[in-house]
Design a protein around this ligand. Structure first.
Ligand code: GDP
Length: 442
């Protein structure tokens, strides 16, 4: 009892194979990994569309869908069966909304995708922020049926698009959904594309980073297979899945210095007393590498590497990896820390400027700062200016005392202790259990 012994794994440093990881990565033609978030107005068909995708790619089997269909019919909501593929808990089914960032994975020939499912209900915006803070791109689902597009634009369509933009998501695929309800009208598709495109480019998306797909999630047209509806034959472009495959994360920084965010820590293994798992944000690693843990600034070594529970020689940006470590005492590592390359380490900082979208009234105040699984207390010490949402230029008077919900502002944040953070990290500012703002470190 009493003081817990500090364990240190002092096995000799694992011998490096000195691999050129980037060359190995090319050779292995390893699949890229990409995360995306699904956004759009409630009832736009997000869950149905993603359920269809998983079903057509055989991630879920016919039996499961049949079971859901039966359950759904009993509740008088038969069309919800596909959506339930994504919604796990029964509470969510009863309410007919997705409330978790359910993690769903699927693979195409080129890419291994994770859907960070975002719910459409207003109350659940905090979940979407969590999803968007990890997303490489977003799929915006729009209900093309008569009247719905227009009310969606007034509703959450624009709000969600601005939100992901403010979190630094640069690429959007727009699923112009439910085109079956308007007899696959090309005119309707064009009208929606033109309007949405105008809005998105004004919001700061580059037109080469947005793509529109006419589809029906319910019937499965242009999701994984080209529509065979005679009325839909005017469309010659890619299916949703083909477009997803074209959406390799632009900033997948394989050749940048290593940054591994620690998502989990496992202690006390017989062979491996200290192991961590997490996502490689940039760079690459291999057995034998020396690492620096931040914020503790302790050096350690990689004994071995695991990918999907299999031993691996190396891992690269975008992958979720487990590394077994030696040479570091466990007190120097915690969830939210960053393992980085000792030659170009991430710095610990205690003050930063960020461009954020306000969800609540923001004033100089105490807050918790979140970046992935890192969270730390601090305060907003200054509001530099409110910014034009579209151009980013300062508007109104300098140093306003308060930022109203829905506005974008540049703020200065001071932290109680220094933590590893660098631009352009996505940060979420919370207070009293609520998200008050989210955006990008500058
Ligand atoms: P979410 O709130 O965005 O997740 O929307 P859901 O996936 O729950 O779908 C809302 C409603 O629209 C359900 O009744 C669906 O069956 C229906 N729906 C979804 N996609 C389509 C589609 O492509 N065509 C038609 N006709 N209805 C759809």
């Amino acid at each position: 009892a009493g003081v817990e012994a500090i364990k240190m794994d002092d096995t000799p440093r694992a011998k490096s194979k000195n691999l050129n990881v980037l060359a190995e990565f090319e050779k292995a033609k390893a699949k890229n990994a990409a995360n995306f978030v699904v956004i759009g107005h409630v009832d736009a068909g997000k869950s149905t569309l993603m359920g269809r995708l998983l079903y057509d790619l055989k991630v879920v089997d016919q039996r499961t869908v049949d079971r859901y269909r039966k359950e759904a019919e009993k509740m008088g909501k038969s069309s919800f069966a596909l959506a339930w593929v994504l919604d796990q808990g029964s509470e969510e089914r009863a309410r007919g909304v997705t409330i978790d960032i359910a993690m769903n994975k699927f693979e195409t020939e080129k890419t291994s995708f994770t859907i960070l499912d975002a719910p459409g209900h207003r109350d659940f915006i905090p979940n979407m922020i969590a999803g968007a803070s990890q997303a490489d791109f977003a799929v915006l689902v729009i209900d093309a049926s008569t009247g719905s597009f227009e009310s969606g634009l007034k509703g959450q369509t624009k709000e969600h698009a601005l939100l992901v933009r403010s979190m630094g998501v640069q690429r959007l695929i727009i699923a112009v959904n439910k085109l079956d309800t308007v007899a696959w009208s090309e005119e309707r598709f064009r009208e929606i594309s033109t309007q949405v495109s105008a809005f998105l480019t004004a919001a700061g998306f580059q037109s080469r980073n947005i793509a529109f797909i006419p589809c029906s999630g319910l019937q499965g047209d242009n999701i994984t297979r080209k529509s065979t509806e005679p009325a839909a034959l005017w469309y010659k472009g890619p299916t949703l899945v083909e477009e997803l495959d074209n959406s390799q994360p632009a900033s997948r920084a394989l050749s940048k210095p290593l940054r591994l965010s620690v998502g989990d820590i496992f202690r006390g293994g017989v062979q491996n007393p200290l192991s961590v798992s997490g996502r490689i944000e940039s760079g690459s690693l291999q057995m034998g590498d020396a690492l620096l843990a931040q914020p503790s600034s302790q050096k350690c070594y990689i004994k071995s590497v695991e990918l999907d529970n299999e031993p691996a020689d190396w891992a690269v940006a975008g992958q979720n990896v487990t590394v077994h470590l030696s040479g570091i005492e466990e007190q120097y590592l915690k969830v939210g820390d960053v393992l980085c390359s000792p030659s170009s380490p991430i710095k610990n900082i205690s003050r930063f400027t960020a461009k954020v979208l306000a969800f609540e009234f923001v004033t100089p105040m105490q807050i918790d700062i979140h970046r992935g699984r890192l969270h730390t207390p601090g305060r907003i010490i200054e509001i530099v200016a409110v910014l034009d949402k579209h151009t980013g230029a300062p508007v109104g008077k300098k140093k306003p005392r308060v930022v109203k919900p829905g506005l974008v502002a540049r703020v200065v944040v001071e932290l109680d202790t220094a933590v590893p953070l660098e631009a352009p990290s996505r940060v979420v500012l919370r207070s009293g259990g609520e998200t008050i703002a989210a955006g990008l470190l500058e």
